[in-house]
Design a protein around this ligand. Structure first.
Ligand code: GLN
Length: 488
């Protein structure tokens, strides 16, 4: 199996190298697409893609040849990428990993992907995900699970790539795309990045437009990027961020261009480590990451400060109330009337809705719709939803207090390395608990980046999260870049 995983030549080993090589005329865009397409083919057993669009990428590469020769090359001219299948792409199947959208071909383009094509990027394909981004393993996809390519290389064939952006993380880790777009509601970029040994970042809530990104939990959903290096991720985010009149929660960037931030001296002196959660979630793997974090921070010359955030642990239960409540409302639109799957036989309109939804949604989506509907129902709203919103405010405030004492914060991305296939399906609650380090960041709308810093006993990667105050995405990437250099 391991021989199926594509190796990349040095000059294609990061998105930065691909972009720079194309710009300098050292790489030919057609050959670049051919190489990634070969790896996509060789790694089909990984199931990273739901839809491949290699022909489209090839056509784009041919057009890029001319532009790269002239002066009108755009920021990502000829750079091929993969996009999570919950972004609507005009004329290309967009399923959100669900049977209910198995045949949905949008007539419009999401803002994030429009920005990518306007910058000259080429679409290699749409990547696999947990159904509607609900999950942490990519196993709830209607199109079957994705396999962790790093595990395959180590001879471990039964590991998940994490989720929900597992297809995007696997595509980058397996050399099928130099970079990828994902979405992160409660960790869906950072956790798969950690499990697959790549870099992944979700920016501050609002910096990327949610328009055309299929909604899971709108107050938490945020687009972001995955790549081999911190710079790869900065390059992609620079293209996709920006205010959009089609999304009223989007906002102008309050920070530097992220790639410029890597070259700009910045005041980063104190780095926070939250003490209670470190004690409460002291798995062997998490402790390994905390210790590595402390060593790395020393190398950067910064100082560690322990901060007290006693309510951080309540972010997880509150997240699952809020996310599921919003999901139950967002998923109400899939009724078989306008698009997607519709039951073949039914008696009347209500029967059609019921059968369509019963057939179209998978088990996890149904579980979440039911729990969310329950939490929002008249008798329980105050006890669950309102309480969860209060907890959310307290968590956000604890972060704000911590950032008075420190510039940035560090936490592991997950309490363990890649999960085994099948385990989370037997015990969904255990899977929810694994999001303990990522969901607080979404609850407070903060930027968070995961960088591989250690390995577990099996040799699987473990990611460290760099978290910043809202709109200090530039400091997050600048510091993560320093950590990356300290690792090299
Ligand atoms: N695992 C989390 C959930 O299932 C996060 C998913 C996400 O970020 N999309 O809700």
């Amino acid at each position: 199996m391991a021989e199926n995983i594509g190796e990349l030549p040095e000059e294609l080993s990061s998105l930065t190298k691909v972009r720079d090589g194309l710009r300098k005329g050292e790489l030919n865009p057609v050959e670049v697409v051919e190489t990634f397409a070969r790896n996509m083919e060789a790694g089909r057993n990984i199931n990273a893609f739901i839809t491949e669009t290699i022909e489209r990428a090839m056509d784009g590469a041919k057009a890029a040849v001319e532009r790269l020769k002239g002066d009108d090359a755009r920021p990502l001219e000829g750079v091929p990428i993969a996009v999570k299948d919950n972004f609507c792409t005009r004329g290309v199947l967009s399923t959100a990993g669900s049977k209910i959208l198995y045949n949905f071909v949008p007539t419009y383009e999401s803002t994030v992907t429009s920005k990518l094509w306007e910058a000259g990027a080429l679409l290699l394909g749409k990547t696999n995900l947990d159904e509607f981004a609900m999950g942490s393993t990519t196993e709830t996809s209607h199109f079957g699970p994705t396999i962790n390519p790093v595990g395959l290389k180590l001879g471990l064939e039964n590991l998940t790539p994490g989720g929900s952006s597992g297809g995007s993380a696997a595509a980058v880790a397996a050399g099928m795309a130099p970079g990828a777009i994902g979405s992160d509601t409660g960790g869906s970029i950072r956790q798969p990045a950690s499990f697959c040994g790549v870099v992944g970042m979700k920016p501050t809530y609002g910096l990327c437009s949610r328009w055309g990104m299929m909604a899971y939990a709108s107050s938490l959903d945020q687009a972001g990027a995955l790549g081999h290096t911190v710079r790869d991720v900065a390059i992609l985010l620079d293209v996709i961020m920006g205010e959009d009149e089609k999304d009223t929660t989007s906002c102008p960037r309050g920070c530097l261009n992220l790639e410029d931030a890597l070259e700009t001296p910045m005041e980063i002196e104190r780095i926070a480590i939250p003490k209670e959660i470190r004690q409460a979630e002291a798995t062997e793997e998490a402790e390994l990451v905390w210790q590595r974090a402390e060593e790395l921070v020393k190398e950067t010359g910064c100082e560690i400060v322990e901060v007290s955030m006693p309510h951080l642990k309540y972010a997880l239960p509150a997240y699952y109330i809020i996310a599921l409540s919003e999901a139950s409302s967002n998923l109400a639109r899939y009724d078989g009337v306008r698009y997607g799957h519709r039951a073949e036989e039914y008696e009347d309109l209500i029967d059609m809705y019921e059968k369509t939804r019963a057939e179209g949604f998978g088990l996890e989506a149904k579980r979440r719709i039911m729990m969310g509907t329950h939490a929002l129902s008249a008798g329980y709203y105050d006890a669950y939803y309102k309480k969860a919103q209060q907890v959310r405010a307290i968590v956000a405030d604890e972060f704000a207090q911590a950032f008075k004492q420190a510039d940035l914060m560090l936490m592991p991305a997950a309490p363990a390395g890649a999960y085994e296939l099948g385990k989370s399906l037997d015990d969904p609650l255990q899977m929810y608990l694994g999001d303990v380090f990522t969901v607080p960041v979404n609850m407070a709308g903060l930027p968070g980046l995961s960088l591989p810093v250690a390995k577990d006993a099996r040799g699987m990667p473990l990611g460290l999260q760099v978290i910043g105050p809202r709109f200090f995405d530039d400091k997050v990437v600048a510091f993560a870049d320093k950590l990356e250099q300290a690792l090299a």
